[in-house]
Design a protein around this ligand. Structure first.
Ligand code: ATP
Length: 315
């Protein structure tokens, strides 16, 4: 049997095609209807047996990333979700020797694209493989749900409906391939702050429901209908905290995007460019959207990506 001393796992970012948020629950969470869609913006998480061998701590962390991933905001201690994931695998399996974890970050930090959760999903898979723990898919999904609402989706990828606080996942019908443009903000937004603002703006929020128009658009692979159906209940709260996002959304829409919305709790803005059309038409529309967003002077970086893509995978 080959013994791995290093394992690298690639994991995608997510955008929410619909994020419907119910009233605050007694445990502080909100009931959600969350249509997750994995896109080809990837972090890579490498776990390596610590050398020289040490008895503690279980994890050390390093990180690198492209400009705009806001690396300084990534904690390099046991509060990092990847370190928590390593501990979860050690506890669930009774195995676990000290490891060095390296994060190669391309997913914007605090950008509403679940970068930290993605790293946690990747670290679950990587530690399970490195230590030969052989945890079942169900056990990994359980550990993921304990780590955070978006972590399980990092394992699953593709397009999935999340309910509960987002962690109860059901795959959705294969939605075809879509082209997206993402405008990364110069600033970050704290998810907790955005939910607090949501509660202030919507004290009477109704129970969340899956939008039938969105379901239909996905089932029929109708990119224009999908663009119209994109929705995010957190968007007004994100715009209230960062009003300049309104201009970013307007610029991408005016340049021909089929749909525009704040991704999750923001501040990243997502623009659906198309899907299934003539590649030349798509490329032209993408170039116009990218140019318009760069022209606002509001974006740290503008990147294009495809969705959907699979979840965490050993590379
Ligand atoms: P979500 O969309 O799940 O609400 P987000 O994409 O807005 O999250 P993250 O990039 O996950 O935000 O980061 C949120 C905060 O989590 C960071 O500011 C940081 O303090 C902390 N964090 C913990 N682990 C990580 C990690 N591996 N990568 C990035 N941030 C992390």
């Amino acid at each position: 049997m080959t013994v791995n001393t290093t394992v690298t796992v690639r994991v995608p970012a997510k955008v929410n095609l619909q994020l419907a948020v119910g009233p605050g629950r007694e445990d502080g969470f909100h009931d959600l209807v969350n249509v997750f869609h994995a896109v080809s913006l990837f972090d890579e998480v490498t776990v390596k047996e610590a050398s020289p061998r040490r008895s503690a701590p279980l994890t050390t962390l390093t990180a690198e990333g492209e400009m705009g991933s806001h690396l300084a905001r990534v904690p390099l201690d046991e509060s990092n979700l990847a370190a928590k994931a390593a501990l979860a695998v050690a506890e669930a399996s009774g195995l676990g020797a000290p490891v060095d974890i390296h994060l190669d970050k391309r997913i914007p930090v605090a950008g509403g694209m679940a970068g930290g959760s993605a790293d946690a999903a990747a670290a679950l898979v990587a530690c399970d493989r490195l230590w030969g723990a052989g945890l079942s898919r169900e056990r990994l999904l359980e550990a993921a749900a304990d780590l955070g609402s978006d972590v399980a989706f990092g394992l699953v990828g593709a397009t999935a409906l999340g309910t509960g606080r987002g962690e109860i996942l059901e795959p959705m019908s294969s939605p075809g391939r879509y082209r997206w443009v993402f405008a990364l903000s110069k600033r970050g937004l704290s998810t907790a702050d955005v939910f607090r603002e949501y509660d202030r703006l919507r004290p009477d929020a109704p129970a969340p429901r899956l939008d039938p128009e969105l379901e239909k658009a996905l089932a029929t692979r109708d990119a224009e209908a999908l663009g119209r159906a994109l929705s995010n209940d957190l968007q007004p709260a994100a715009l209230s905290l960062l009003p300049e996002l309104e201009r970013t959304l307007a610029a991408g829409s005016a340049a021909g995007a089929l749909g525009a919305l704040v991704s999750g709790s923001g501040p990243t803005c997502a623009f659906l460019v198309g899907g299934g059309e003539d590649p030349l038409v798509l490329a032209e529309r993408e170039a116009e959207v990218v140019a318009a967003l760069n022209g606002t002077g509001l974006c740290e970086r503008v990147v294009a990506a495809d969705g959907d893509v699979p979840g965490a995978m050993v590379v």
